[in-house]
Design a protein around this ligand. Structure first.
Ligand SMILES: Nc1ncnc2c1ncn2[C@@H]1O[C@H](COP(=O)(O)OP(=O)(O)OP(=O)(O)O)[C@@H](O)[C@H]1O
Ligand SMILES: Nc1nc(=O)c2ncn([C@H]3C[C@H](O)[C@@H](CO)O3)c2[nH]1
Length: 240
């Protein structure tokens, strides 16, 4: 039976979706706080065929003069809905951005905002169910259109302790109150979403990179998957 499944898989080898001529091949890089996403983007930013979009953190730090990221970390119960509403708006803006390059590479996405961060706030009782419901209605409305289609997820998979070590070293002012337990919990949610695949059905194929590797060797890890990220090589869809 497995043999037949594998033959079908091979026949259907054409990748899940390779974008189309009206839309670039869209790749989102996902991972815990401190997993090295910015560093990953810098590697691909050198490629003229790739339009790279970092997380709009500067917009979150200054929405009409308000630092919503700081407000959220300081009092998540009070500010989670405000912050996540703005995350959803700003990430939609990046999903919709028109580019002339064949490949769009985004740091995070509407999907991790909803599936990881809102999920975590909901589980911790920091966002009331009615607020989660409103965020979720917006998320479902937007993702029912083709405004936020993605073709590939790159998961920078880190051990929570290594991610936390990097956060402390980077020492971002708003993250001073971030505890290891939060990073551990975010790691578990990313694992369920992108590795164990038990949280939401992930339609786009996922490439998992070992992001624990130190900066001195991690470029080789990036280069291993460059053909897939540049849409030069289809992702083999494994049928278990
Ligand atoms: N492979 C690596 N080895 C060692 N240090 C790294 C590595 N990748 C990133 N760092 C360092 O860890 C810190 C976090 O990296 P980076 O900002 O790329 O993470 P991030 O995933 O973008 O974080 P965030 O989700 O908070 O934006 C930075 O100080 C960066 O220099
Ligand atoms: N609560 C919450 N919801 C999000 O959708 C979200 N996306 C990113 N972040 C936090 C992680 C880093 O501190 C910092 C930069 O990634 O912003 C988020 N926090």
């Amino acid at each position: 039976m497995n043999k037949i499944k594998n033959i079908i898989a091979k026949m259907a080898q054409s990748p899940i979706s390779r974008g189309n001529n009206s839309r670039p091949f869209t790749v989102v890089v996902e991972g815990n706080v401190g997993s090295g996403k910015t560093t990953f983007l810098e590697h691909f930013n050198k490629n003229e065929n790739v339009a790279v979009f970092a997380e709009p953190i500067d917009m979150w730090r200054n929405c009409s003069g308000y630092n919503l990221l700081d407000l959220m970390y300081k009092d998540p119960k009070k500010w989670s809905f405000t912050f996540q509403s703005y995350v959803q708006l700003t990430m939609l803006g990046l999903h919709q951005k028109k580019i002339h390059q064949p490949v769009k590479l985004m740091e995070r996405s509407l999907y991790s905002a909803r599936y990881c961060f809102v999920e975590k706030m909901s589980r911790d009782g920091l966002m009331p169910p009615a607020s989660v419901a409103v965020i979720d209605e917006w998320f479902k409305y937007i993702t029912a259109t083709d405004e936020a289609q993605i073709d590939l997820i790159v998961y920078l998979r880190t051990s929570p302790d290594i991610a936390y070590e990097r956060i402390l070293k980077r020492n971002r002012s708003e993250e001073k109150t971030v505890a290891f337990e939060y990073i551990k919990a975010l790691h578990d949610i990313h694992e369920d979403w992108l590795y164990n695949k038990t949280l939401h059905n992930c339609k786009a194929p996922v490439i998992v990179l070992n992001a624990d590797l130190d900066r001195s060797v991690i470029e080789e890890e990036y280069e291993k998957y460059e053909p897939h990220i540049l849409n030069k090589k289809p992702i083999e869809v494994k049928i278990n």
